[in-house]
Design a protein around this ligand. Structure first.
Ligand code: ATP
Ligand code: MG
Ligand code: FE
Length: 333
């Protein structure tokens, strides 16, 4: 089975061909990061324009790299949502046009399902499993008892982890996106600043990062007023320690509670070196649970993960119709 995946939910224009839901034949990502940098965040209009300019080229290159023709494809999978509506529309319309022109099944994929299925490009999924999804817009613990069925057992009540990283980075005058910069600084600094950890109610697998973000901003502000300086690297280390402590502790608890066979890491923040290391360390103590962490290139937005998730839907016969529309608020469950 050969599936072409298309992803345009945010600021990456991506296309990929995946064989049997497991094997990457090609994986093209055109990033717009440079264009958004000077605004300190993704500007929706700028993103849409980039997608329009790049989409045809990116798809062509994915097909060329995979050395495949449309006649040899079995389906076209595309991110329907969530994301920026103007950005999603470019991918959805491209997928519809190609599916119609080449008479191929059209498959609609949830972006977060895609992030989770990036793991299937690394190893076979073993159910039941738990996925920790940490990205720019999501922080969720997702329980899966079989392919294509998602149960959100915990989620953020305010900011997503990636969002908190980016906001704290901005407070530290680091470039956008701030996640990788904080990660780098955190390894140079020491977690000497006392910051809160939002555990929430006993037994809750939900997250909250806005209090932590405010605590960082307040600490920086107060230090400045007193004429003191807090080293950015120490603040980065302290912030990162708090985020990782909560993420890892709740993930390990949920893995035990739901008695899973695998824990998967997914989303852009999964690129975080500190998170990867701490999750590895803590999971090593849980017997019989396999930890899967995709390579960095599969953690951030890409279309191979969309093709991988789409392949399952194709096998289940869950096709979309030509009436498919972008849905910025699409839910996972
Ligand atoms: P979503 O998937 O929720 O729609 P998104 O697609 O914008 O959001 P991703 O592209 O998956 O999110 O991830 C981007 C986020 O990952 C940014 O917030 C970025 O700062 C963060 N990030 C990337 N690398 C790292 C890192 N090493 N440490 C921490 N955060 C990181
Ligand atoms: Mg992105
Ligand atoms: Fe994403």
């Amino acid at each position: 089975i050969y599936v072409l995946g298309i992803e345009t939910s945010c600021d990456e224009t991506a296309a990929a061909v995946v064989k049997n839901g497991r094997e990457i034949m090609s994986n093209i990502v055109s990033s717009q990061m440079e264009s958004h940098k000077r605004f300190g965040g993704v500007v929706p209009e700028v993103a849409s324009r980039h997608h329009v300019e790049q989409i045809t080229l990116v798809i062509e290159q994915a097909m060329n790299d995979a050395d495949i023709t449309f006649a040899e494809l079995d389906a076209i999978a595309v991110t329907q949502g969530p994301g920026l509506v103007g950005a999603l529309l470019i991918g959805v319309n491209a997928a519809k046009a190609l599916a119609f022109a080449h008479q191929l099944p059209l498959i609609s994929v949830h972006h977060i399902a895609g992030h989770i299925y990036a793991n299937r490009l690394v190893t076979e999924m073993k159910f039941p499993l738990l996925a920790l999804v940490v990205s720019g817009g999501h922080t969720e613990l997702v329980y899966m008892k079989e392919h294509g069925v998602f149960e959100v057992v915990g989620e953020t009540r305010d900011d997503a982890a990636g969002e908190a990283y980016d906001k704290v980075a901005r407070a530290l005058s680091l470039p956008y996106p701030g996640g990788p910069h904080i990660d780098r600084l955190a390894h140079e600094g020491e977690a000497t600043i006392d910051l809160p950890r939002a555990w929430l109610e006993e037994g809750s697998y939900d997250f909250s990062f806005s209090g932590l973000k405010s605590a960082v901003i307040n600490a920086l502000h107060n230090a400045k007023q007193r004429g003191e300086t807090i080293e950015a690297k120490d603040m980065a280390a302290s912030f990162q320690a708090s985020v990782i402590d909560v993420l890892v502790t709740k993930t390990v608890k949920a893995a035990q509670r739901y008695d899973v066979r695998q824990v998967l890491l997914a989303g852009g923040v999964a690129a975080n070196r500190g998170l990867r290391a701490e999750l590895e360390r803590k999971m090593a103590m849980l017997e019989g649970v396999e930890l899967v962490i995709p390579p960095l290139s599969l953690c951030t937005d890409n279309a191979a993960m969309i093709a991988a998730a789409g392949t399952i839907l194709f096998e289940q016969g869950k096709y979309a119709t030509m009436a498919l529309n972008a849905n910025p608020g699409l839910t996972l469950e």
